[in-house]
Design a protein around this ligand. Sequence first.
Ligand SMILES: Cc1ncc(COP(=O)(O)O)c(C=O)c1O
Length: 370
Amino acid sequence: MDKKELRDLFPVTRNLIYFNHAAVGPLSTRAYAAMEQHARDQRDQGALHWQDWYAEYNRFRAAAARLIGAQPKEIAILKNTSEGLSFVAEGYRWKSGENAITTALEFPSNYTPWKWLARRGVECRVAPQPTVEAIEPLIDDRTRIVSVSSVAFHNGFTADLDAIGALCKKRNVLFCVDAIQSVGALPIDVRRANVAFLAADSHKWMCGPEGAATFFVAAEHRHRLDVLEHGWSNINRHGTFLECDADLLPDSRRFEAGSLNTNGVHGARAAIELLLEIGIDNIAAEVIRVATRLADRLEEIGWRVASPRPIASGIIGAIPPGVERSILKWHRMLEENGVICAPREGMLRFSPHFYNEDAEVDRVIELLRS
Ligand SMILES: Cc1ncc(COP(=O)(O)O)c(C=O)c1O
């Protein structure tokens, strides 16, 4: 597909310069059509086609698994990234005195669940950044889990997951990844990176809806997590509802305790299949190319780019020259001119995706210059 065809799949391109995928991505025509079709089905037929809905869950798990290099049975459909990370932090069978390591670059979703373990006698250690050099000194024989964001939400710091995963393997520690800021934009291979647990909702770089998250639990580590939510759909009911057995399903569906966000799953499945069709390596190359152009041009006009070089993700955090205008004013000015980005941690955060184009970068620079 050429750029024009790709852009036609994202109607937002007709309305806005959308550089805000690190917040919420726009729906593609494919994701929208899948959700519309399901909404129409439920509107007109109720749950008559429930078996098709269940088949859609399987298609979602298969697509999500392909995107991250997992097996479909290792994927659970959760409501969001925070829920997945909490399932790991709270579900792990801690002994008092053990510790978990996270980093200082985390969104609250990958910080608060580890902090809250203090009440169970578990220490949360904070590495200054997600690198082997920063994490290794914090690991001791009571460290059980290292949890990092694949890409930091504010400045795009991109963790070397293969290297951190190798460290975890060497030190016999489980590796957990908050991957919402990279899945859909950058390739990831959970096996190669020795990832035990990963969570990522669909609504950022996957350009799917909110509330349809991928939760990966490596088959060999499934037994390490207690299931925290119980219901009717994650057990072997053997065809009955009354007084049924409470045996958990053997695969990752054990983490799905009740009815799913069926409409969201339709959209997320279609969104992921589109990414797979385009090819995640092609997407990553274009995300980095566009983001690098933006970073270069911002520096040309005197902005300070806080994202590490070489640019390795779609997130560019930038600080304006001088102090005469606050970040919020810059943000408002851009929004009034149809450019969508986000103020974050004293920076303007721009997060373009693969379908954005050079002319959009140039238009943003022109607006900032004027
Ligand atoms: C790195 C990171 N993790 C987690 C979240 C929150 O994800 P969710 O709303 O799916 O729990 C965000 C949202 O901005 C994020 O940037």
